[in-house]
Design a protein around this ligand. Structure first.
Ligand code: SF4
Ligand code: SF4
Length: 288
């Protein structure tokens, strides 16, 4: 089963939930934690993994043979990402904007464009305290997170439970990382900002037709509007974590919640059981 842990808003406790769920489950099941928040991965701060393998991630970017180029401008016209500009004397390429789609080289009438690998980041695979671990890191200054996310997900185990930590928001990297999940946990806090971004995240997950449930973190910090929204939208709140200085203190020191306060383990196991129940119910409904 693949469970993605997402949030509309950053800083709601997604990492806390992903790491503690993985560490609670490891005695029950094979568990893999994949951090696909490739612009700012931080599960490793809590898990302290031993890395056994790293792989560079590249995308193909165009390289123009000026001897063959007639400066016809077709490549610039076809590029949907403004990664090529054609002047009378030169073709300018902006690799950081290139999505590696290959359209320019395919459509160049002079066959003047070849492709060269542009390294955009790295993925690292290893293990941490009984949990298989993997994450991706996008190089600073690069904008193309989805190829790194795809390469991290290629390492997803086909056995046991895979927990995917997703970047905050609802943009392309989020959709790329959530795609293919059996369930999406949305971590939120009961504040107006948290609710605003939760609504957007719920819409995204529903469009992907993935069942979801809520973890309400820092309960007590704001108002009751998030709970009302969940009730009205038939969104199950599967776990509530209170606003608590002891929890915040462990988090600030890079200590997973279930290590600092092991009594939380049973709550995370219950959370997993509820997710499993929802996923099983849904697959029996689909089979009917
Ligand atoms: S399409 Fe080919 S020939 Fe035309 S400007 Fe681009 S590289 Fe040059
Ligand atoms: S490969 Fe695609 S995105 Fe990159 S420059 Fe060519 S057309 Fe633009």
């Amino acid at each position: 089963m693949i469970i993605s842990v997402a949030s509309g808003k950053g800083g709601t406790g997604k990492t806390l939930v992903a790491t503690s769920l993985a560490l609670s489950l490891k005695e029950r099941d094979n568990v893999q934690l994949l951090d696909c928040d490739v612009e700012e991965p931080n599960d490793h701060v809590f898990m302290k993994p031993t890395i056994t393998r790293s792989e560079a991630v590249s995308i193909p970017v165009p390289s123009v043979d000026e001897e063959k180029c007639t400066h016809c401008g077709k490549c610039g016209e076809v590029c949907a990402y403004n990664a090529i500009a054609v002047t009378k004397q030169k073709v300018l390429i902006f690799p950081e904007l290139c999505h590696g789609c290959g359209a320019c080289s395919y459509l160049c009438p002079e066959k003047a464009i070849s492709e060269a690998a542009n390294e955009i980041g790295v993925i690292e695979i290893g293990y941490a305290d009984g949990v298989d671990f993997g994450h991706g890191k996008l190089d600073i200054g690069q904008a193309m997170a989805p190829p790194i996310i795809r390469q991290v997900k290629e390492h997803a185990s086909h056995e046991g439970t895979v927990i995917i930590d997703i970047s905050p928001g609802t943009s392309c990297p989020v959709v790329e990382a959530i795609k293919g999940s059996d369930f999406c946990l949305l971590v939120t806090e009961p504040t107006p900002f948290g609710l605003n971004d939760l609504v957007l995240a719920v819409e995204t997950v529903r469009q992907l037709d993935i069942p979801c449930g809520i973890v309400l973190n820092r309960a007590g910090v704001g108002d009751e509007k998030t709970e009302e929204y969940c009730r009205e939208g038939n969104l199950p709140i599967l776990l509530t974590i209170p606003l608590d200085t002891e929890i915040a203190s462990f988090y600030s020191r890079g200590i997973p919640l279930v290590e600092g306060l092991p009594q939380w383990k049973s709550s995370f196991l219950e959370l997993f059981d509820k997710i499993k129940e929802i996923v099983n119910e849904r697959s029996s409904d689909t089979e009917r």
